[in-house]
Design a protein around this ligand. Sequence first.
Ligand code: NAP
Length: 324
Amino acid sequence: MKAIRVQEYGDESVLRYEDVPDPEPAQRRAVVKVRAASINRGDIARRQGTYGGGLTALPFTPGWEVAGTVEALGEGVEGLAVGDRVIGQLGDGGYAERALVHEAGIYKMPDEMSFEEGCTIPVVFLTAWLALRKMCRLQANETALIQAGGSGVGVAAIQIAKLAGARVITTAGSDEKCARCLELGADHAINYRDKDFVQEVNRITEAAGADVVLESVGGEVFEKSLAAMGRYGRLCVVGNSSGQTNSLDPRTTLMFKNLSVSGFYLGAEIAAGGAGPIMEELLRLFQQGKLRTVIDRTFPLAETAAAHRYLGERKNFGKVVLVP
Ligand SMILES: NC(=O)c1ccc[n+]([C@@H]2O[C@H](COP(=O)([O-])OP(=O)(O)OC[C@H]3O[C@@H](n4cnc5c(N)ncnc54)[C@H](OP(=O)(O)O)[C@@H]3O)[C@@H](O)[C@H]2O)c1
């Protein structure tokens, strides 16, 4: 089969479209014929060798989430049949014509959902849900500030915060992205290139500040997010798209406003067994029409390098999908 292989860290050119052996069914794992695979920003960091301190072992095939049909079942797999339409979440190997997925990461896909839609759900919707609801305990009538509203995580977070009954303020880097955030349900969208988002949050909340912040950018955005929070505010860090680091003096930044800062990593939640029930709940909400996927573009698997370049240049609003 064809797959994308990364043999060395680097720019998009290290994403090679190659022939590799088909995966064999294994204990409690199914072979899924991939019909669509989603790209996440973490895939770019893994390709560059900077993810989690550069620990991604070479060579590897990127791809944490796919949608397709079950082609073969390994020993001990229960509740699945060959031909089932599924969403698969995996540690590696999604950018390929076939993927080996542990049964714990396989979800039956609603009939009306397309493969392109299905593959874009797990990473960003689980992260947004768990960061806002579990880590920050977002309540109805609170104000949530969602950084990078046009990111994959952002488009999920705007919807999840609205569903929780919160007022949503979001930021994005262009008027076009801001308009699309408003269409998606955000109450306010701030183009941070034109306006200071701390001042804007203060104006919108009449100086009360945000109750909850979903922070995925890092650097100055993290520091200014703390300044945009009100008393007893809760901020959850889910990413560091800017690549900038932070140092924090808790006394001056947190103490005087009684702020809480947490971090969330989906991999740790999956390892702890917490993702499955939330994914089932998310799929119910999709079936009820209360959530929707936002797909910006699809690229053929053979053109993964161009797809990474597109995401790296911040051109996407929502998700970018690969089709084998
Ligand atoms: N913790 C977890 O388990 C988890 C799970 C999923 C994702 N994440 C993280 O969450 C973040 C978002 O992921 P994603 O896949 O949704 O990202 P994405 O779709 O690639 O969007 C990222 C957006 O961030 C904005 N941004 C602001 N400042 C930036 C900068 N200096 N450099 C690059 N982008 C900047 C850009 O939008 P504008 O042009 O509008 O500024 C960009 O399009 C990433 O950091 C990712 O690693 C973490």
